[in-house]
Design a protein around this ligand. Structure first.
Ligand SMILES: [Fe+2]
Length: 343
């Protein structure tokens, strides 16, 4: 079982994290990668010139990683530690940058499994959005010209994570919902399949309950969301995701639908695979007054459907997890296209 070794949670852990970093590193050897959405919130705590604020409009790309690496290497002082404050996209960028600062070449050459040979520099994560699980996993999911795939490496695993609701308490409701649903779907997909173990099942079950409590009972406890995100992220890292993620990757890659929203759209059509949780998901939509986009398929061609299917077919591990060794016959073109045509 792989998991992040050092995790702090609770009020004040954001400030504690900054103090911890500067106890181990001098000001000049730390570089901060920060989501511009929390710029005003954090600027009085993180006082340094070694900082870049990123405005996230699209899912992160390998080119963005390469540009950031170039930018950080221009620094007069050797950077030894990254402080990363953001949602899944910023965290994935930061994790990839940490590895590409020590490994030669371009980020696109590292999309795959365990390709980096050298450990990245230290990366300390402060999520400002709860649900993606990026703070818990060894994957940095990136788009390149050809594909959407992670740099999946033990060297991408965060060195330390600080979970503080202060950073997520002003996330807009719809973004919070879709990111929370990414987490909910992680828990369902981890639980439903042959991979994983007793621990992943427990982690995923807890994450599922926390999400349901938050989105159905209006618990408003944002620490629950941070906890769920971390637990479900750890669970999928040690088991797998499933067919929702497989089908949603094409939707994000071809049409730029954000990850959480793409998953929600696909999951709503997967009652036959995942059963009751899809009904619970529908209740959560209603309770939170969220309306899923409809009739997306109307503007897609047969060629688009097939391209998305081909993208999904490459994700063998999640398909094996949910459908078993005979996945190829179950994940047929008919099966995938039927779902795409109903979105
Ligand atoms: Fe996800």
């Amino acid at each position: 079982m792989i998991q992040v070794q050092n995790v702090d949670i609770g009020k004040g852990s954001f400030q504690k994290g900054i103090e911890d970093i500067y106890k181990s590193y001098d000001l000049k050897s730390v570089f901060w990668i920060v989501d511009s959405a929390v710029k005003n919130k954090i600027k009085r705590f993180v006082k340094t010139k070694n900082i870049i604020f990123l405005e996230i409009r699209h899912e992160p790309s390998t080119d963005q990683v390469d540009d950031l690496v170039k930018f950080i290497k221009k620094n007069k002082y050797k950077i030894k530690c990254l402080g990363i404050i953001g949602g899944g996209s910023v965290i994935d960028l930061g994790k990839a940058v940490s590895v590409m600062l020590t490994n030669k070449g371009y980020a696109k050459d590292y999309q795959g499994w365990e390709i980096p040979k050298k450990k990245g520099i230290k990366k300390i994560i402060f999520p400002s959005l709860a649900g993606t699980g990026a703070e818990a996993t060894r994957s940095a999911v990136l788009n390149s010209e050809e594909k959407k795939q992670g740099i999946n490496s033990i060297f991408c695993l965060p060195d330390r994570v600080y979970l503080d609701s202060f950073l997520i308490n002003s996330v807009p409701k719809e973004i919070e919902f879709y990111t929370g649903m990414d987490c909910y779907i992680h828990s369902i997909e981890s639980l439903n399949g042959s991979f994983g173990n007793k621990l992943t099942k427990q982690y995923a079950s807890s994450a599922k309950s926390l999400c349901e409590n938050y989105f159905l009972n209006s618990s408003e406890n944002k620490e629950d969301l941070l906890t769920a995100s971390f637990l479900a992220g750890t669970a999928i890292m040690n088991s797998e995701v499933g067919v929702t993620h497989v089908l949603s990757y094409g939707l994000s890659f071809l049409f730029g639908v954000p990850h959480g929203k793409a998953n929600a759209i696909i999951f709503s059509k997967l009652k036959e695979v995942y059963g009751e949780p899809v009904d619970t998901f529908t209740k959560m939509l209603k309770k939170n007054s969220i309306k899923l986009p409809e009739n997306l398929a109307r503007d897609m061609s047969e060629k688009d459907f097939l391209k998305m299917y081909e993208i999904g077919k490459k994700m063998e591990n999640p398909l094996r997890h949910i459908f078993g060794n005979n996945w190829i016959s179950k994940f047929s073109e008919d099966f995938a296209l039927d779902i795409y045509k109903r979105i």
